[in-house]
Write a protein that binds this ligand. Structure first.
Ligand SMILES: *[C@@H]1O[C@H](CO)[C@@H](O)[C@H](O)[C@H]1NC(C)=O
Ligand SMILES: *[C@@H]1O[C@H](CO)[C@@H](O)[C@H](O)[C@H]1NC(C)=O
Length: 530
């Protein structure tokens, strides 16, 4: 079940070796292809192996731009400890959980047949995820599903594949198996938790209860909840914010979450294969950057960031903010907001930033984002510096209309494509923080601390303003200021942050770094550790 990825995550870099005569080249291609086939056949997790490294001559610059110091000496560790018991099919108290269908009578009379039903209630979910509901939905769903795997384990329950709420307001009719590879999910976790596609017919009339678990609960909370099995055989968990605590859980439960998230849960085949195709096409040009460009209308309206926009646009955003009831901040001083580092970088600022960091203008950049406010009007500020700017929407060069047609109707699935391309990128850069950015960063940390650059927005804005006033020029001095500023913002290993000092009660949990945003130290270990 566990793929020793640490040993196979070499990077395929543009080779600089001498081009051999045709016959050798053919042989090389054949060899490379068979290695590729081998790797594909070995693949067990939703990411693509990068193939063996080729002889290369890498300059210091290349290394600084693209490498993450070979995982900094850490590797994923998700194996259970020796204390962890796999679930057994034929002994002990859990036996009946496996044969409800063959032996429905005895099953029904036993008060210990435990089924665990979760459904997503999207409306309640979107209230606390203001932006990119689709992307956030995808992430929250996967985090939620993986938490429920752990909860099912804690409660000795059988997990039923979650159903997406049909009343979802964006009319996406995707089912779990449209988005995720269901049979792989069930199989990959067979030693951990029993999972079934749907509630067996015999159980439909079994005593059932709806239960909203308290968010951020501990292992002992859920173990205590097992008392409910005395009265019920099916628990229906309708709320997607019934989350497990981030911290202070047994290491085996944390590792189970990682196995579920990073190994068992992978996208369905059509999504994986299109994602893979895009990644390959991008990589054919060399290493690439995935840019999470948060420059959507909602985002700008909510944050009150109008820097660089016309008065008419600023007015439009203000009206949108004032008319959106659940956004509490109304009167925002855009200048102060920007100086405080609370604004997403503009496409133009991103261009200056990338250029100063040393990325050549030929670099391919994939934009993982929704609709950019103003469209090409603002995007062109970035495109003029980095012409190889593509996204899934406007890129004949990456995916054909035919390929995308299949997904066009399903926003969740196109969001999944962005996720794959972001995980697999050589460098991931979010222009603003958010759930998506943090979740992608967490996944990249897990896979070997792949480079994620978090722009220091507050620091950058100061520099940008000095550029504007003519106090600085876009030269090597400026460039070294930007590079220095980001030395320690590139996703190097560190422990998950705890709660903010002084936060109390439930706020404590909310201010913690989420488990999936940085599964260190439970699921990331030093390379020499066993
Ligand atoms: C779950 O099952 C195991 C083994 O059958 C048992 O030791 C444990 O107490 C059970 N846990 C709960 C919460 O029922
Ligand atoms: C916004 O804040 C800036 C900087 O503090 C200040 O100069 C400006 O006058 C403020 N604008 C408004 C409309 O209050």
């Amino acid at each position: 079940m566990v793929n020793p990825r640490s040993s196979s995550s070499y990077r395929l870099r543009r080779s600089r070796f001498v081009v051999p005569p045709t016959i050798y080249r053919l042989a090389l291609i054949l060899l490379a292809f068979s290695v590729f086939l081998f790797l594909v056949s070995q693949r067990q997790i939703p990411v693509f192996d990068r193939g063996p490294s080729l002889p290369q001559k890498s300059s210091e610059l290349e290394e600084r731009l693209w490498d993450s110091a070979s995982g900094y000496g850490y590797r994923p560790c998700v194996k259970p400890t020796h204390k962890y018991a796999g679930i057994q099919k034929s002994t002990g108290a859990t036996d009946h959980m496996f044969s409800p269908i063959e032996n429905p009578k005895s099953e029904r009379s036993s008060a210990t047949a435990k089924y665990f039903l979760c459904a997503f209630v999207l409306m309640s979910y979107t209230l606390y995820c203001r932006f990119s509901p689709i992307f956030n939905f995808l992430l929250a769903s996967s985090h939620y599903i993986c938490d429920m795997v752990a909860v099912a384990r804690l409660m000795n329950a059988t997990l039923i594949i979650p159903q997406l709420d049909k009343r979802s307001f964006w009319q996406d009719t995707s089912t779990f198996s449209d988005i995720f590879d269901e049979s792989h999910f069930i199989k990959a976790l067979e030693n951990d938790v029993h999972i079934v596609s749907e509630l067996p017919k015999e159980m439909e009339s079994a005593p059932r209860v709806r239960k909203h678990f308290t968010s951020w609960s501990s292992a002992s909370y859920y173990e205590g909840m097992s008392q409910m099995w005395k009265d019920y055989e099916v628990i229906h968990v309708p709320k997607s914010d019934s989350r497990l605590a981030n911290n202070d859980l047994p290491v085996d439960i944390q590792r189970l979450r990682c196995r579920a998230m990073y190994y068992a849960l992978r996208f369905s085949n059509p999504i994986e294969s299109l994602g893979k195709k895009l990644v390959e096409r991008l990589k054919s040009h060399g290493p690439y950057i995935a840019l999470h460009l948060r420059y959507e209308k909602d985002m700008l309206a909510f944050t009150g960031c109008t820097y660089g926009l016309t008065d008419i646009e600023a007015g439009e955003l203000k009206i949108l903010r004032e008319n959106t009831n659940h956004w509490k901040m109304k009167g925002i001083n855009s200048t102060e907001q920007r100086l405080g580092g609370f604004c997403p970088l503009t496409p133009k600022e991103v261009g200056v930033f990338l250029h100063s960091m040393g990325y050549p203008s030929s670099t391919w950049i994939y934009i993982a984002a929704g609709d950019i406010y103003g469209g090409e009007t603002y995007l062109s500020d970035l495109r003029s510096q980095f012409p190889n700017l593509v996204s899934k929407v406007h890129t004949e060069s990456l995916a054909t209309v035919e390929e995308l047609k299949e997904f066009a109707k399903h926003a969740t699935q196109t969001a999944a494509i962005d996720y794959i391309v972001s995980i697999e990128s050589d460098v991931f850069i979010p222009s603003y923080t958010g759930n998506m950015a943090r979740a992608v960063e967490g996944h990249r940390r897990f896979l070997g601390h792949r480079k994620t650059i978090n722009p220091d927005r507050k620091g950058l804005v100061k520099l940008f303003d000095m550029l504007e006033k003519g106090e600085l020029k876009e030269d090597t001095k400026f460039s070294s200021l930007v590079i220095d500023m980001h030395k320690h913002r590139q996703g190097a290993p560190r422990k998950r942050y705890g709660s903010l000092p002084g936060s109390k009660g439930r706020d404590r949990f909310r201010t913690e770094e989420s488990f999936y945003e940085n599964p260190f130290p439970e699921c990331i270990c030093p390379t020499d550790h066993h």
